[in-house]
Design a protein around this ligand. Structure first.
Ligand code: CDP
Length: 786
C-alpha cells in the first residue's frame, strides 16, 4: 500500500512485474486452462502432400467412432460460404481444402469429439484420395514460365507472381551508381524461421444458439481486428462477437493471423450448439502457422573512393507460401523494408521487391519485427560490413563516416521515411568502448598469427516501430490507431483498459507506470486490463513494438486529459481559480501557498462526492492516439567470436548490446526485452531453420529438428544504453521489444565471417550451424589450394 510521502514510481523505475505473481505460482489463465460445460474438442487432419489434387474425402469410418460428434470437411464449410477466408493481405486462404492442397500441413478436415484423444485418433480413419502434383519449393522455380500455377482457385491468377513493388528514386540511384568509384554487392538469403512461442495457438469457441452471442477465447495478439474480420467473414453482428485473448505464452508475431482452426471451431460450435476447443500441437504450429522471413536479397552499394556511400540498390524475392497472408500496411507491400538504408546518410536508394507463391505454409509474419524491417536491417548491415572490407577499412570507422549525424534529425531517408531522432555515433562509441574494440582487434591479430580464427562483428541498426499514423498505416483498411480508457474510482484507485494485448511484455506493469507518472497514482493502485474486445477500447493489437509508441502514448494522453479535470476539481476544493493551481506528482497546490494542497486521491473522492454545479461526476476518459510519426530506436551490437577450425563450432566470447529506445519506462523490463530479443537473434543466426525437401516436406517440424537456444547455449549479454527521446511521442519513448532480434543476427554473422576472412570466406547464409561453417572452411581451403 502506497503512503503519501512515497516517491511516485512512474517512468524510470524498475518496478517489479505485477503479472509475475500469477505466472510464477502457476496461476496464469492460458487458452488450454479455459474449460466450459459441455465443451467438445476438435482436431485437424492435415495434408501429407505439399501439392495435390483433392479427389474425395470419405469421413464415414471416422464419424462412426464412439464419441465423435461430427466430421467437418471443406464441402460442409462451403455450404456455409466458409470454405475460404480473407487473409491480412487481402488474399484468400482455404479454411478446409476443397479443390487442392497447396502445402504440407494444410487443413483438410476436422473431427469434433467428446475428448481431444478421440478427436485425434479419429483423424486416422478419414480416407482422403489425393493425386500428387509437382511441388514448388523455391520462389525462383515458382516464377519460371513452365511452373504449374498454384492458385488455380483464383480466376485472374495466370502464374505464381503475387506482387511487384518499388520504393525510392530509380533515376537518382542509377545516376549515383554510374558516378561511383566502387560498387560492392552482396547476395544473401534470410531463411524461413518460426517464432515458435512456448504456447501454441488455440481457441475455445462458444456460440450460443439462443442469443446469437459468440464468445471466442483465442490466442490472439490482435483481438479487436479479429473480431472485425469475423464479423465481416461470417456475417455475424460485431456486437455479438466477443474475442477474449487470455494470458498468452508468447506470440512474437505468430499469433497475429486468423488461422483456419479458429474459423472451423467457431462454425462447429455454431452448428452443434456446444463449445468447441481446439489446441494445436507443436508440429502443427511449426508446419502450418505464420512463419517468418524467407527473403532472397541482392544489394549493391555505390561508393566514392574515400568511402562515402552514395547510393543503394536492393532487389528481393519473397517466398510467401501458398496464400499471401502476412499482415502489412496496405501501402507497403513488403512492409517497412523501405528503411533498408539503415543508419546511413544515403542520398539515393531504390528497392525492388517481388513476391511469389510456393507450396509452403503461408505467413511472413513480423517475428519480433516491424513488417520486414528485420530483413532490411540484416541486408544493410551485412552489405556495409562487406563494403568496409572491400575498401580495406575498419568496419567501425567506415560506419561512422557514413552515419546520419545527430544534427540531421528529423532526417528524411532516400525512401521517404522521416527518422525522428538519433545519435548513432554515441551508441557506436559506447559499444566499442564497452567491448574494448581496439584491444580486441589487437588480440585478433595475435590470435590470427597463431592460426586461430577470431572474429569481431558489428551491426549499427536503425529500426522503425510504432505503426502508425492513420494517413499511411492500416491493416485491411483499419487505421493503426490505438486507444486507452482510464477510470479513477472514488478511493483514488484506477482501472486502465488498453487496446493492445500483452503476451509477456509486462504491460500491466509499465502502462500503470505511465499513469503513475502523469497522474501521481502509484502503479500498484492502477489495474491494467487488456485482451477482451467487450471491455477494452479498439486497437490494432500488439506486434511490431507498437504497444508503447501507440497505446502507451494513448495512455499518457488520457491520463493528461483526466488530470485536466482533476485540476478543475482541485480548484473547486481549494476555492481558487484553475489558473492558480500547480501540479506535481499527484498533488495539486495553490501557487504561492504550497501548504494548500489536495492529493489526487482527495480529488478523486470529490469527483463523486463534492463537485461543482455544472460539472459532470466521475474522473475518467478515453483517448485514441494517432501518432504523428513512427519512432526510430537504434543501437550498436558488437560481438566477438572464436571459430573452431576442426568442427566449425563458434563460441561467442563477448556480446555487447547498446540500445537506444528513447525514454525507458521500466529499465528492468527493457533489459528483459533486450535479453529475450538477443537470444532469439542468436537462435536465428545459429540454429533456427524451417526448410523443405524437394517434395515439399517440411524439415523443422519439431524441436529436435527446429532448434531453439536454451540458457545453456545462450551467450552472456553485456548491455549499454543511450537515451535519445522521440519528439513524436508524449513521453519520449520508442519501442524496444523487437530491436535486439532485428539488429543482432547481422552482428553474429559478421563476426563469424570476420573470423573466416583469412581463409577467404566472405559470405555464409544463416543459420550458421557448425556443419555449415565447417563446410565453408573446407571449401575455402580447397579453393585456395587449387
Ligand atoms: O509492442 P510490444 O509491447 O511488444 O513492444 P514495446 O512497445 O517495445 O514494449 C515492450 C515492453 O517494454 C513494454 O512493457 C513496454 O512498456 C516496455 N518499454 C519501456 O519500458 N520503455 C521503452 N522505452 C519501451 C518499452
Amino acid at each position: 500500500m502506497a503512503t503519501d510521502s512515497e516517491e511516485i514510481r512512474g517512468i524510470g523505475h524498475s518496478v517489479k512485474r505485477v503479472e509475475d505473481d500469477r505466472f510464477i505460482r502457476g496461476a496464469g489463465n492460458y487458452i488450454d486452462d479455459v474449460v466450459l460445460p459441455r465443451m467438445l474438442h476438435m482436431a485437424i487432419l492435415r495434408s501429407p502432400y505439399a501439392h495435390a489434387t483433392l479427389n474425395s474425402i470419405d469421413t464415414s469410418r471416422a464419424a462412426a467412432v464412439p464419441g465423435v460428434i461430427a466430421v467437418v470437411t471443406g464441402e460442409l464449410m462451403a455450404q456455409h460460404n466458409l470454405a475460404w477466408m480473407p487473409t491480412m493481405s487481402s488474399d484468400t486462404q482455404a479454411v478446409l481444402a476443397t479443390d487442392k492442397v497447396r502445402f504440407q500441413g494444410q487443413e483438410v478436415a476436422a473431427v469434433i469429439a467428446e475428448t481431444a484423444y478421440i478427436a485425434k485418433d479419429a483423424l486416422e480413419l478419414i480416407d482422403v484420395d489425393y493425386d500428387p502434383l509437382e511441388p514448388i519449393v523455391t520462389p525462383q522455380r515458382s516464377l519460371e514460365a513452365d511452373a504449374p500455377v498454384i492458385r488455380t482457385d483464383k480466376e485472374d491468377q495466370k502464374d505464381n507472381h503475387i506482387y511487384h513493388w518499388e520504393s525510392g528514386d530509380k533515376e537518382a540511384t542509377d545516376a549515383a551508381f554510374a558516378a561511383a568509384d566502387k560498387v560492392v554487392s552482396l547476395d544473401t538469403f534470410y531463411p524461413r524461421c518460426h517464432p515458435a512461442p512456448l504456447e501454441t495457438c488455440g481457441c475455445v469457441a462458444d456460440v450460443n444458439a439462443a442469443t446469437g452471442q459468440a464468445t471466442i477465447w483465442m490466442t490472439s495478439q490482435a483481438p479487436h481486428v479479429i473480431r472485425t474480420v469475423f464479423a465481416l467473414v461470417a456475417g455475424l453482428p460485431e456486437e455479438k462477437i466477443r474475442i477474449i485473448s487470455p494470458d498468452l505464452g508468447g506470440g512474437f508475431g505468430n499469433k497475429v493471423p486468423v488461422y483456419p482452426g479458429y474459423v472451423v471451431a467457431t462454425a462447429a460450435s455454431l452448428l452443434l450448439g456446444r463449445p468447441v476447443k481446439w489446441i494445436e500441437d507443436r508440429t502443427e504450429n511449426l508446419i502450418s502457422t505464420g512463419f517468418a522471413r524467407d527473403f532472397h536479397m541482392h544489394g549493391e552499394l555505390a561508393l566514392k573512393e574515400d568511402g562515402t556511400m552514395t547510393g543503394l540498390r536492393v532487389s528481393l524475392l519473397a517466398d510467401e507460401g501458398a496464400f499471401h497472408a502476412d499482415a502489412q500496411p496496405s501501402k507497403f507491400k513488403v512492409g517497412l523494408f523501405g528503411i533498408v538504408s539503415g543508419s546511413y546518410d544515403l542520398p539515393a536508394a531504390h528497392v525492388v521487391a517481388d513476391g511469389a507463391y510456393t507450396n509452403k505454409a503461408p505467413g511472413g509474419v513480423a517475428y519480433r519485427c516491424s513488417f520486414r524491417v528485420t530483413e532490411a536491417s540484416y541486408m544493410i548491415e551485412r552489405l556495409v560490413q562487406n563494403a568496409a572490407y572491400e575498401l580495406g577499412r575498419d568496419p567501425a570507422d567506415f560506419r561512422k563516416q557514413n552515419f546520419i549525424e545527430k544534427d540531421q534529425f528529423p532526417y528524411t531517408s532516400a525512401t521517404g521515411f522521416i527518422y525522428d531522432s538519433g545519435d548513432y555515433q554515441a551508441a557506436m562509441d559506447l559499444a566499442l568502448d564497452k567491448i574494448g574494440y581496439a584491444e580486441l582487434r589487437a588480440e585478433q591479430e595475435a590470435a590470427r598469427a597463431e592460426g586461430k580464427l577470431h572474429g569481431i562483428g558489428l551491426a549499427s541498426f536503425t529500426e522503425i516501430v510504432g505503426a502508425g499514423p492513420h494517413k499511411d498505416y492500416d491493416i485491411l483498411g483499419l487505421k493503426m490507431n490505438d486507444g486507452a480508457e482510464l477510470r479513477v474510482h472514488p478511493t483514488g484507485k484506477a482501472i486502465l483498459k488498453i487496446s493492445v494485448k500483452t503476451q509477456g511484455q509486462g504491460h500491466e506493469t509499465t502502462f500503470a507506470q505511465i499513469v503513475a507518472e502523469e497522474l501521481g497514482i502509484q502503479p500498484e493502485d492502477v489495474k491494467v486490463m487488456h485482451g477482451d474486445t467487450d471491455n477494452t477500447p479498439y486497437g490494432l493489437g500488439t506486434y511490431a513494438s507498437r504497444s508503447t509508441p501507440v497505446s502507451g502514448a494513448a495512455t499518457a494522453m488520457v491520463a493528461r486529459r483526466v488530470r485536466e479535470k482533476a485540476r478543475k476539481l482541485a480548484a473547486h476544493l481549494l476555492e481558487v481559480s484553475e489558473d492558480d493551481i500547480e501540479y506535481e506528482a499527484g498533488k495539486f497546490s495553490v501557487t504561492g501557498a504550497p501548504d494548500k494542497v489536495k492529493t489526487i486521491q482527495e480529488v478523486a473522492f470529490a469527483a463523486y462526492t463534492d463537485f461543482p454545479d455544472g460539472m459532470e461526476a466521475g474522473l475518467e476518459g478515453t483517448y485514441y492516439y494517432d501518432p504523428p510519426n513512427l519512432t526510430y530506436p537504434f543501437g550498436t551490437y558488437a560481438v566477438a567470436v572464436e571459430v573452431d577450425p576442426d568442427t566449425g563450432e563458434w563460441d561467442v566470447k563477448r556480446m555487447v548490446a547498446v540500445d537506444d529506445c528513447g525514454v525507458r519506462i521500466n529499465p528492468m523490463i527493457v533489459e528483459g526485452q533486450i535479453h529475450g530479443g538477443l537470444t532469439e537473434g542468436y537462435g536465428i543466426a545459429k540454429m533456427q531453420l524451417i526448410t523443405f525437401d524437394e517434395s515439399g516436406n517440411c524439415i523443422g517440424s519439431n524441436f529436435v529438428d527446429y532448434l531453439l537456444p536454451t540458457a545453456w547455449e545462450t551467450p552472456r549479454f553485456e548491455l549499454g544504453e543511450t537515451v535519445t527521446p522521440s519528439p513524436h511521442h508524449p513521453i519520449g519513448a520508442k519501442g524496444v521489444g523487437e530491436s535486439p532480434t532485428v539488429g543482432s543476427p547481422a552482428a553474429y554473422v559478421n563476426a563469424v565471417i570476420d573470423a573466416l576472412r583469412p581463409l577467404g570466406v566472405t559470405n555464409i547464409d544463416m543459420p550458421l550451424t557448425s556443419a555449415k561453417v565447417w563446410t565453408a572452411i573446407q571449401e575455402a581451403k580447397a579453393a585456395s589450394s587449387a
